[in-house]
Design a protein. Structure first.
Length: 104
């Protein structure tokens, strides 16, 4: 028998068309966190914080490398604050300090 002459009984036994595969949730797939990064005013710190956006495009198992890199950069920025200036360079002037003499 050909398909042209197939009757209703033959169509009942035909397999239904395949359904598209259902979307599988992969918890390790890249997913942006959507965290807003506010500029700090320190270019070095801001560069490191902007680097956190790289994790948005990586699977979860790639986040650790980004976080460690950012941590190292922020730690270096903090350490640089404690470095004494080289001879001949002026020491950075501290900002205004709060007054603790609030006696009446």
């Amino acid at each position: 028998m050909s398909d042209e002459t197939a009757g209703p009984a033959d169509q009942e036994h035909a397999s239904p068309p395949p359904e598209p595969p259902a979307a599988v949730h992969d918890p390790a797939a890249p997913a942006p966190l959507g965290i807003e990064r506010v500029p700090t005013g320190s270019p070095e710190v801001d560069e490191n914080l902007a680097r956190l956006g790289d994790a948005d495009h990586l699977p979860a198992d790639g986040h650790l490398d980004v976080y460690e890199d950012v941590h190292r950069g922020l730690r270096d920025a903090l350490t640089a604050l404690d470095v004494r200036p080289a001879p001949g360079q002026a020491a950075p002037r501290p900002g205004p300090s709060p007054s603790y003499d609030l006696r009446s």
